[in-house]
Design a protein around this ligand. Structure first.
Ligand code: FAD
Length: 445
């Protein structure tokens, strides 16, 4: 823990009302929602863009805005606004379920949204340590080309995905599968060009995941057995010859360790190039395909889950639980990739059409510290609940609630733990969020 004397010796780079650490789907929604309520808001981000996995992680597909297996939309607010804005800017397409987009276009749109809301962006800046006075978080130490600096904040929102701020503040967390230990595998996304996607579609027919191709390639010694199915082909009509591929699988990675992230990236890149060779040899329409890019960062599905005032569980999801402190809905299937090899884990669960559950505000409140919220992948839930909760619309739902709560708590001079939940929900509705059933009805009429 950093001492008072050390903190006093560091320059103060900024003093803000709301500091959001991490500019992914959760951080974008947290910062925009707070700034739109008129408080001075800053995002600290280690890379040079907003969007997190959607941009720096190379994953040009967001889902699910609707109930599972149904067109009824259950997510509004900033997550859905982002889908609409990227479409109207001509960089993608969306419907009530999902959005597909060009990564560079998404970066531009998110920066425009941040600029219009008045959010201050601080790129190329790595969070280093949390400053805690008694039990209150009062800011952070950051490290960048400018050196080691302090950013003071009246409220802080941890949107790092990994819960870096909360962990540094001493908050308790869970990590990995409760019974077996490891986290879900990491994936390095990659984008390829030179694809005749209509021919690919025709060839793959009902075998969307090309399972037979990978089996044949492995039997022939053309690739190692690191994976046995495509996890996602992300294609947008605005770039018809390009496809984003979710395929590489790197197990036993601790995404909070630089050495593991390095190993995962190098192995992921090897796997991506192996995959391209197989595409060229085995898949009609991909004979000429080539690598366009691997992203800034390997995609990490799971690390710390910060223990909050409530722990969301698989049982809550399957019971389609409602909560008096609902901040919105989740609806994605319980999507767990095999924690020890290729393919999917047995814990994966595909629910019946119409599946959805409410997300309680309390999962954003880390135990025993004040003035700190967590939102996104690092919120308080079990390994299995995270399988559903981790997708981008839901990270945005949590981010928006955290940002609104941070602003409301300043307005009413209470800590985020004490905000009036009814007022929080009203402000969320004013920002077009869907909080409960009557909002779903309104959004779908
Ligand atoms: C391979 C893969 C496929 C996926 N598929 C889908 C899908 O099809 N649909 C879907 O909706 N979701 C999908 N997801 C899930 C989803 O992308 C993530 O769970 C979601 O992006 C998490 O949002 P977040 O804002 O919590 O974190 P992130 O998106 O990880 O963003 C965190 C941000 O914080 C920054 N940051 C982290 N630590 C620091 C630090 N110490 N200092 C400064 N900045 C920091 C990062 O650079 C990043 O920009 C997928 C994830 C992966 C990895």
């Amino acid at each position: 823990m950093i001492t008072r004397t050390e903190i006093a010796s560091l320059p103060v780079a900024a003093e803000v009302d709301v500091l959001v650490v991490g500019g992914g789907p959760a951080g974008v929604a947290a910062s925009l929602s707070a700034a739109r309520l008129g408080v001075r808001t800053m995002i600290v981000e280690q890379f040079n863009c907003l969007g997190g996995i959607a941009t720096a992680g190379g994953h040009a597909h967001i889902c699910l805005y609707s109930e599972w297996g149904s067109p009824r939309r259950v997510v509004g607010g900033i997550p859905f606004e982002t889908a609409q804005r990227v479409t109207s800017a001509g960089y993608g397409v969306h419907n009530n379920h999902e959005a597909d987009f060009e990564i560079e276009g998404m970066k531009k749109v998110l920066e425009e949204m941040a600029e219009q809301a008045g959010v201050t962006l601080r790129y190329y800046t790595l969070f280093a340590e949390t400053i805690v006075e008694d039990t209150r978080v009062v800011g952070v130490v950051v490290q960048s080309k400018s050196g080691r600096e302090v950013i003071l904040a009246r409220r802080t929102v941890d949107c790092t995905g990994d819960g870096d701020v909360a962990a540094s503040a001493g908050c308790k967390f869970l990590m990995g599968a409760e019974d077996s230990g490891p986290c879900q595998p990491a994936t390095l996304m990659f984008t390829i060009g030179g694809v005749d996607y209509d021919r690919v579609r025709k060839f793959r027919g009902t075998d969307y995941k090309l399972k037979s191709v990978w089996k044949q390639a492995q039997d022939n010694g053309d690739m190692r057995p690191f994976q046995n199915q495509i996890m996602g082909w992300w294609w947008t009509p605005t770039r018809p010859d390009q496809v984003g591929i979710n395929f590489t699988h790197i197990n036993f990675i601790d995404g909070t360790k630089a050495e593991d992230l390095t190993r995962a990236t190098i192995e992921g890149r090897k796997q991506a190039y192996e995959c391209i060779e197989v595409f060229r040899k085995y898949v009609p329409g991909m004979e000429e395909c080539y690598m366009i890019s691997t992203p800034n960062t390997v995609g990490v599905r799971e690390t710390r889950r910060i223990l909050g005032d409530y722990l969301l569980t698989k049982e809550d999801l399957l019971a389609k639980k409602t909560f008096s402190d609902s901040i919105g809905y989740g609806s994605f299937f319980i999507d767990i990739h095999c924690v020890s090899g290729p393919g999917m884990d047995q814990k994966t669960y595909r629910p019946e059409p119409g599946f959805k559950y409410q997300i309680p505000y309390r999962i954003l409140l880390p135990q025993k510290v004040e003035n700190l919220l967590v939102a996104g992948r690092c919120a308080s839930c079990t390994h299995e609940a995270l399988g559903s909760l981790r997708v981008m619309p839901q990270c945005g739902v949590m981010g928006q609630a955290a940002g609104v709560s941070a602003a409301l708590s300043l307005r009413t001079s209470v800590s985020p733990r004490q905000v009036d939940v009814g007022s929080l929900q009203s402000l969320l509705r004013e920002q077009d969020c869907i909080v409960e059933e009557s909002d779903i009805v309104k959004a779908n009429t």
